[in-house]
Design a protein around this ligand. Structure first.
Ligand code: DGY
Length: 320
């Protein structure tokens, strides 16, 4: 029987799968586990099932000890895990791709609709109790039909967002390290573009690439300046891909028309200037937040941990 540390609450089926064959130490709270407590608990663990709120670095791996075999992150993004430090110690890293694709694309598209149709502003007006009535020019937004969605990062979530855009009558451009399969390009009528071309020609830009040193502040002042002043920026990937201070300036000065964010640079803190602006929609990292998706993510993480503990290849290892 191996020792598995689960660093936060996860849906019951995943927990049951782990406890059926292993000793499980669960941080049974909604709030993230304090670092000191985490360092203490991981000692002697064979497997860690981690949430994206925990930093898995050399210090944590050393605190766990040499017997540690797997870090199973319950997220598709794994920028909270120092993969090189895991590799050096022979620890397998896994993530949860695929199972959250549709839910995250839903949130990206919800942000697109909220930002372009000014839904947050409308809701705030109604809830404030301020007088309002239908008017020819009241809270006019921007339609999507015939407009171009520019997708940065055309993996599964980018493609699923593109599919939604096609259903709304949008054209799709994308910028990605590698080209999509020709069948996918044909299905989505998607054109691959250089980043500057995509920024200059899109009416909505949606960010879906992974976060790494290479994508830190990929969208900063020059990129925002390259966008149309009628365009919108949406980020449902990772906060630090967008320079929030530059975004706040661009929104305030009308360099772009609006934005929608589900993720933030210093999560859960939000840049104070963004909080003051009406033309940005702010969501608390809800991309994968459905019962079905979170259940599937936790199950996949459990399956990954169980496979490594059994000496088998895990279903979704982090490679590269
Ligand atoms: C992920 O899996 O990376 C998501 O951001 C979690 O919501």
């Amino acid at each position: 029987m191996s020792r598995v540390v689960v660093t936060g609450r996860v849906p019951q089926p995943a927990l049951e799968a782990l406890t059926a064959t292993h000793e499980v130490d669960l941080w049974d709270a909604e709030d993230p586990i304090p670092r000191e407590e985490l360092l203490r608990r991981v000692a002697g663990a064979d497997a860690l099932v981690t949430l994206l709120t925990e930093q898995v670095d050399g210090e944590l791996l050393d605190a766990a000890g040499e017997q540690l075999r797997v870090v199973a992150n319950v997220a598709v993004g794994y920028n909270n895990v120092d993969v090189a430090a895991c590799r050096e110690r022979g620890v397998v890293v896994t993530n949860t791709p695929g199972v959250l694709t549709e839910a995250t694309a839903d949130i990206a598209f919800a942000l697109i609709l909220m930002a372009t149709r000014r839904l947050g502003e409308g809701e705030r007006i109604v809830r404030s109790g301020a007088p309002w009535q239908w008017g020819m020019f009241f809270l006019l937004g921007s339609g999507l039909q015939g407009k171009r969605l520019g997708i940065i990062g055309m993996g599964g979530i980018g493609q699923a967002t593109a599919r939604r855009a096609r259903a709304f009558g949008m054209e799709v451009g994308y910028h990605s390290r590698s080209a999509c399969d020709p069948e996918v390009e044909a299905e989505l009528a998607a054109t691959r573009l250089e980043l500057d071309e995509l920024l200059a020609s899109s009416d909505v830009v949606s960010v879906h690439c992974p976060y790494s040193e290479a994508t830190h502040h990929l969208i900063g002042e020059p990129q925002l300046a390259a966008m149309k002043d009628t365009a919108y920026l949406v980020n449902s990937a990772r906060g630090p891909i967008v320079d929030e201070a530059a975004l706040a300036r661009a929104l305030r000065e009308g360099t772009i028309a609006g934005a929608g964010l589900d993720v933030f640079e210093q999560e859960p803190q939000v840049h104070p200037e963004l909080m003051q602006l009406e033309n940005v929609v702010l969501l608390p990292h809800l991309g994968s937040a459905t019962v079905e998706t979170r259940t599937a993510m936790a199950q996949l993480a459990a399956d990954n941990a169980l496979a490594v503990l059994a000496g088998e290849e895990p279903p979704t290892p982090v490679r590269g």
